[in-house]
Design a protein around this ligand. Structure first.
Ligand code: ADP
Ligand code: ADP
Length: 226
């Protein structure tokens, strides 16, 4: 687990107006932070800079007290869950969840133990031998989360993970993500444009607008504003 500290982060694509413009924010170890704001405000760009999928134009990204500006995504020890799940269609659920452990060349008994633990938490046991194509949207989302939790990552990053699900499932998965995050106590950054997710999931909500932080507050503080 680790804190995520952003210091004066700027991102420019080409010579246009900055997509992220001087963002500074400290996310505490174990905290659940929501990034919210209208389409194009820079949420995904900010998340991608935390993960290392996007270069920073200027500023410092500090994870667990270490500056990571020049570190490749694989050297940052973060787990990201994408909107489209990014599962491997030719692999079983078991192997999809095991994937990060295979990359680390973990021994077989450890792979089995960790995948089974994840399957317990996410109620995926009877689906372990299936292929992603034979799962529902919610089950696919669970597999993506399983893959994120098998590694002892320093933080979870979510990019609108529930936006492809119907309303009922969205509600269920919202509860599940909140439960999982509390159980694991892992630093989490979660991008959404859904008000309900923003108001129910996080410890704090960061409201972005045109690449700038408008405010950072607890859901309760935001709710009680006139
Ligand atoms: P959000 O996730 O809040 O919808 P984004 O971070 O995707 O916002 O985008 C922020 C701004 O940066 C937008 O104006 C978008 O068009 C621009 N942008 C995002 N990615 C790129 C890119 N690869 N090249 C050029 N402009 C981009
Ligand atoms: P979202 O709103 O979910 O962030 P978008 O549809 O805005 O997704 O962006 C999808 C992809 O296109 C992202 O990888 C983003 O970086 C890229 N992108 C967004 N805006 C631009 C742009 N103006 N020019 C080039 N690429 C862009």
């Amino acid at each position: 687990m680790a804190s995520i500290d952003m210091k004066n982060i700027v991102k420019k694509y080409g010579d246009g107006f900055p997509a992220v413009n001087d963002v500074s924010m400290d996310i505490a170890d174990g905290e659940f932070m929501i990034l919210v704001g209208p389409s194009g405000c820079g949420k995904s760009t900010l998340l991608r800079m935390i993960v290392g999928l996007e270069d920073i134009t200027s500023g410092d990204m500090v994870i667990g007290g270490k500056k990571v500006n020049d570190k490749a995504p694989r050297d940052r020890n973060l787990s990201m869950v994408f909107q489209n799940y990014a599962l491997y269609p030719h692999l079983s659920v078991f192997e999809n969840i095991a994937f990060p452990l295979r990359l680390q060349k973990a021994p077989e008994d450890e792979v089995k133990r960790k995948v089974n633990e994840a399957a317990d938490v996410l109620e995926l046991h009877e689906h372990l031998q299936r292929k992603p194509a034979n799962l529902s949207g919610g089950q696919r989302q669970r597999v993506a989360m399983g893959r994120a939790i098998v590694r002892a990552a320093d933080a979870f990053l979510f990019d609108e993970p529930l936006s492809n699900l119907d309303a009922k499932l969205r509600g269920q998965m919202r509860t599940e993500i909140a439960r999982l995050q509390r159980r694991l106590g892992i630093t989490t950054v979660y991008v959404t444009h859904d008000q309900t997710e923003a108001m129910t999931l996080g410890d704090r909500v960061c409201v972005l607008r045109k690449g700038v932080i408008q405010q950072v507050a607890s859901p309760r503080e935001l709710y009680e504003q006139p």
